[in-house]
Design a protein around this ligand. Structure first.
Ligand code: FEO
Length: 383
């Protein structure tokens, strides 16, 4: 596959993977992208996951036309991209690795050598001339590890963006980009919004025609759309109007309250209501929804003097990712001592810029007339 006349796609699709990074469901698989820039000198952009070394080296040979690569540019050391470094270096014994100083520490940790005789350490703004193509390296610490850099090819106006602008799914999956890119971003990079925004700000000064991420499709049209979404996501902005109800339910009574709340929100004109049963839905999807919309209702049972386990995990997932700038409503259920709302308030106390709804709904075992009135009040606040 050609990205431009001189830049070829040599990555692989993983259709067998069960959990990406050991935790994320990827029903449409995963792409580990790699690119070859063919010029007077040849640069290979990153490697691929350990299981795909043969396929990747085969793809590379197919585009090199008998030539050998001069440089292996390593933008990110997470093994989904770096696992084949030693294999490449054994195969192409004259090649040089180009990467940040932090990467070489990690290369040593993973492969037992820093390739001291065969390395080029680069830093912010350094350039590499391949002939016609001039590459500039831009550091991107914590997007999504500390050693990360991205690379700009000013000749073809291509930004090699590392994990940024990646998504779940093989590169040829025909699906809405934003849905799986959002789940990927908030799942994997979401904690580092400030750092990701810094990268966006640096990229804003570049004339970019094509974005080549390490996952998902190459982006070559309507770049303003993707960059616009990244600007919202990295600043914890509200992408869509609406309210998310995230609930747990043991015997169906809290679920019933959540469903009533959904109906009331719709009746009151709420543009979009998303209902997530935290025990059964994909947790990464629930996290993505919480970041997408501006209002969130947490409904859960009192359990071992805490909240039900899936709610505890959910709140923790939001906390880890710096969830903020949202309005949150609380619904608790308990048969003899409902305390879930207070527990949740304590858990939310150090979240930034969170407005709590005044109405807290307390269900004693099952929904009754008092609960219905309280749910109505909460819906009024959260519509
Ligand atoms: Fe795709 Fe952070 O590795």
């Amino acid at each position: 596959m050609f990205v431009t006349d001189d830049i070829k796609y040599i990555g692989v699709n993983d259709r067998e993977i069960d959990l990406f990074e050991g935790q994320y469901d990827v029903p449409n698989g995963m792409a580990y992208n790699s690119y070859a820039i063919i010029d007077e000198k040849i640069a290979i952009m990153d490697t691929v996951d350990a299981s795909f070394g043969d396929e990747w080296l085969g793809n590379m040979k197919n585009v090199l036309d008998g030539r050998k690569p001069d440089y292996l540019i390593i933008q990110h050391m997470e093994p989904d991209h770096s696992a084949n470094i030693a294999r490449f270096m054994d195969e192409y014994t004259d090649a040089v690795i180009v990467s940040t100083a932090k990467s070489f520490i990690m290369i040593n940790q993973f492969f037992g050598t820093e390739y001291k005789e065969r390395r080029m350490i680069v830093d912010e703004g350094d350039t590499l001339e391949l002939g016609k193509h001039s590459l500039t390296f831009v550091t991107a610490p914590m997007v999504h590890w500390p050693e990360v850099m991205v690379t700009y090819d000013k000749t073809d106006k291509v930004l090699f963006s590392a994990d940024a602008f990646g998504k779940f799914g093989t590169w040829d999956t025909d699906e809405d980009w934003a849905c799986e890119a959002r789940r990927y971003y908030f799942g994997i990079v979401g904690k580092y919004g400030v750092q990701a925004k810094k990268l966006l700000d640096k990229a804003a000064g570049l004339d970019i025609a094509i974005i080549c991420p390490l996952h998902g499709p190459v982006l070559s049209e309507n770049l303003g759309y993707y960059i616009g979404l990244y600007n919202i996501w990295t600043t914890y902005g509200i992408e869509s109007e609406g309210t998310v109800i995230a609930y747990t339910s043991v015997y169906g009574n809290t679920k019933k309250a959540a469903e009533i709340l959904r109906e009331k929100l719709i009746e009151k004109g709420c543009k979009k209501v998303v209902l997530n049963d935290l025990a059964r839905c994909d947790m990464a999807e629930a996290v993505e929804d919480a970041f997408r919309y501006g209002k969130l209702i947490l409904a859960t049972t009192t359990y071992n003097s805490d909240v039900f386990p899936f709610m505890r995990i959910f709140i923790n997932e939001l906390h880890e990712r710096g969830y903020k700038n949202r309005k949150i409503g609380l619904v608790e259920n308990g048969t003899w001592a409902p305390t879930a709302a207070n527990v949740m308030k304590k858990k939310l106390a150090d979240f930034k810029n969170i407005e709590l709804a005044e109405t807290v709904v307390t269900i004693k075992s099952a929904v009754n007339d008092d609960t219905l009135a309280a749910l109505d009040k909460l819906a009024e606040e959260m519509k």
